[in-house]
Design a protein around this ligand. Structure first.
Ligand SMILES: *Cc1c(COP(=O)(O)O)cnc(C)c1O
Length: 406
């Protein structure tokens, strides 16, 4: 295997095509897929030297695999992180980042608006191991300050959050967290590695569900954890190697190909999402639109400060509540009903009855998830076709038909 030597200071789109590539002696253009669980040694001596750490040699694909390593290197270059380890799913990444670092007696502070399974880990799993956890309203800096009145071990936050696109001031919270003794883990799925750089804002660890924009074509599950070389090697790697949430080489290969087009796809979907958000805001059937780069987002200033664009997701609230939300989702022909996001196909979710059903009405109210709320993941369709589809779906609402008949 030979490393390709790249010129310095390459921009993201270039890194996404060339970063991390290693070629076999066959000189293949495409990244090689090493669909192998194990590796052989030239001799018993080489095996011994490998296990002693004197020689670098792949040992076993739960520990490492050349295709997985290419993916990890490419993503690390894009993120500007010293090190990256890939996992089988986004949740394996979150779980690994947290459980590798935490022990009984530690204290975790998390923003309330988290992806459902992340919320479960913090609220239900960690306390089982004697880890104290506390949720705060992520947008409220005073709430963070109060939580850091006592020492903490780890902070988990998501910004923009699922599904209402609330933001957390990553720079301010990281500074406060560090003073309280905590490391900061950011779930950066909604922003993607292109639109927000948590490590540059002071966070210590970034996690991804690569299932979302990084694959971006609805094919495979995957995850990744990025951080300093020291933390990844000393804290995360032993945990992942010995507990085994390894990414399959085949999925790593698909994710490598996903990275090649990530910036094209995220740029296109972001442009469409901004146009869709503006269209929705112009409609009387829509009570409110949430999009970080719209001036009416309550944290618009923060969005402009810590993100380079608004992203591919739009949240909005139908004036007619659940009935209108369901009717609109059912009437759309291009936008499919799904709980997934970050796909090339546009997908609509009704959080109150699906992804956020289990947290209960009270918690949904705290998070601003009304029964009329819809989360729209904007895909790669032509924006004009998407807007036309949403327009016909809004025109087909029962109350719209009723008022047209009057
Ligand atoms: C999807 C998602 C996850 C979990 O990722 P999986 O790949 O489904 O395990 C975690 N956080 C956020 C914000 C997500 O959207």
């Amino acid at each position: 295997m030979a490393n390709t030597t790249l010129p310095p200071n390459l921009r993201p789109a270039t890194l996404l095509v060339h970063g991390g590539t290693e070629r076999t002696p066959y000189g293949e253009t495409d990244e090689a897929l090493f669909l192998t669980s194990g590796f052989v040694y030239e001799s018993a001596e080489q095996a011994e030297a490998t296990f002693k750490g004197e020689v670098e040699h792949y040992q076993y694909s739960r520990f490492g695999n050349p295709t997985v390593a290419m993916f990890e290197k490419r993503l690390a270059l894009l993120e500007g992180a010293e090190a990256c380890l890939a996992t089988a799913t986004g949740m394996a990444a979150v779980h690994g980042a947290l459980l590798s670092h935490l022990k009984t007696g530690d204290r975790v502070v998390a923003s309330r608006a988290l992806f459902g399974s992340c919320h479960w880990i913090v609220s239900t799993l960690l306390p089982r191991y004697g880890i104290e956890t506390e949720f705060v309203d992520g947008h409220d800096l005073d709430a963070w300050k109060q939580a850091f009145a006592r020492p903490a071990t780890l902070v988990l936050l998501e910004s923009p959050s699922n599904p209402m696109l609330d933001l957390v001031d990553i720079q301010a919270v990281s500074a406060l967290a560090h003073e309280a003794g905590a490391i900061v883990v950011v779930d950066n799925v909604f922003a993607t590695p292109l639109l927000q750089k948590p490590l540059q804002l002071g966070a210590d660890v970034v996690v991804y569900s690569c299932t979302k924009h990084i694959d971006g074509q609805g094919r495979v599950l995957g995850g990744a954890v990025l951080g300093s070389q020291k933390w990844v090697t000393e804290v995360l790697q032993p945990f992942l190697r010995n507990t085994g949430p390894a990414l399959s080489p085949f999925n790593a290969w698909l994710l490598l190909k996903g990275l090649e087009t990530l910036s094209l796809r995220v740029d296109a979907a972001t442009r469409s999402a901004a146009a869709v958000a503006d269209f929705l805001a112009s409609r009387p059937e829509v009570a409110a639109v949430r999009y970080p780069f719209r001036a009416d987002h309550p944290q618009h200033e923060l969005a402009k400060r810590q993100m380079s664009a608004g992203g591919t997701l739009v949240a909005f609230e139908m004036a007619g509540g659940k009935e209108a939300a369901f009717a609109m989702m059912n009437a759309a022909r291009l936008v499919a009903v799904s709980n997934n996001l970050g796909d090339s196909k546009s997908l609509a979710t009704h959080p109150a009855t699906t992804t956020h059903m289990r947290i209960g009405a009270e918690e949904r109210a705290r998070l601003g998830i009304s029964d009329g709320a819809i989360r729209l993941s904007v895909g790669l369709e032509d924006a004009a076709d998407l807007i036309a589809d949403l327009e016909q779906a809004l025109g087909n609402l029962p109350q719209a038909r009723r008022s047209a008949a009057e």
